[in-house]
Write a protein that binds this ligand. Sequence first.
Ligand code: AMP
Ligand code: GLY
Length: 427
Amino acid sequence: MNILIIGNGGREHAFAWKISQSNRCDKLFVAPGNAGTATHATNVPIAVDNFEALGKFCSEQAIDLMVVGPEAPLVKGIRDYFEQSPELKKILIVGPGKKGAQLEGSKDFSKQFMLRNGVPTAKAKTFAANEVYDALQYLDTCNPPIVLKADGLAAGKGVIITPDLDEAKATIQEMLVDKKFGEASAKVLIEEFLSGIELSVFVLTDGKNYVILPEAKDYKRIGEGDTGPNTGGMGAISPVPFADEAFLKKVEDRIIKPTIAGLHKENIDYKGFIFIGLMNCNGDPLVIEYNARMGDPETQAVLPRIKNDFVDLLVDAASGNLHGKKVESIPEFAATVVMVSGGYPADYPKGKTISGLDATHPALVFHAGSKQVNNQIVTDGGRVLAITGCGADIQEAREKAFAGVAKLSWEGVYFRKDIGMDLMKLN
Ligand code: AMP
Ligand code: GLY
């Protein structure tokens, strides 16, 4: 098969690494890709939202399967664009249409979907710009900490949690009236604060049937001990020790089954990944958010643990044939450490030469923000590399990952040294 992956992050490098191992993969392309994807595939310089150029490329290269990595093209309707064309509609696509992608694209839509379908989640109320007064009054009835969420996509920055009621009031005015996040904050949710430990569960569905991938824990904050601003993700661990069989059964029965049944009932033909962000509240799972894609950097910890031919799973999901399929996972731990540019998640320089990529690595090295300039690989984003180590326990997985990290450097590099340490303490 000829396969095209859309995206340019560490997640897409992990996809390319795994897909290239399948006997079913003939030609593999990544649009636009990065310096890491170029080692397994041919990079194609087309932006993820240039549907016309992507469609033309797919026709010219006889693409059979397209795997959409990031949320933006899904929310913008890449599947709908392909399905409207007599020529492109025969291409198998992993990723939901515009309607299904609203599970991630609109927090109000996803909250209402959960409520309609009996999926446990935090209580919330949505307010539009002309309801600021009501929102301020409602805040007076809430117990801090207060959770404010922009309805639309805001590059991971649209959630504000504050213990201070006055700050919450000022922030909601900035969001609704001053449009702090543009159209994404035309509506804002005021949500109940959930306390517990977070984890991510990944489902691949063909719209009726589903398989569950290994779960993972993400480390979102920039600083050690979960301090400082939120990032796209600074590391991941899979599996999550506290997600034992009994907990995962609750996730499947209370969350996954009603989610898939709800999509079916609401005529949302969803073929792709559902990333369920969960809070473990005293042993009960509650949904924080859905994403219409895999996580980054969770994918870099999850895929090395999957034994299956990944192309088989992707084709089965995209063609409606997941019935009776199961994900086989390796009973090892994976630890992923993200190496970022100094300054991230605020401003950071680009173009710094990365050294150590030629060394023999005890770990897997996935590129995120990198590019090749002449004969050198240089930094080209905030999150630059994601290094994954595997081992019998979290400690061994961490040791392998950090042995990999130690061989790599560039000016200003930063990474968290505590990825997975909280889970070792829980054990
Ligand atoms: P989201 O963009 O929905 O993933 O939210 C970003 C982060 O905010 C989540 O990963 C959680 O750490 C936190 N968060 C979101 N909603 C809640 C909530 N209701 N209670 C506690 N923390 C939350
Ligand atoms: N690591 C969180 C995300 O991919 O949204």
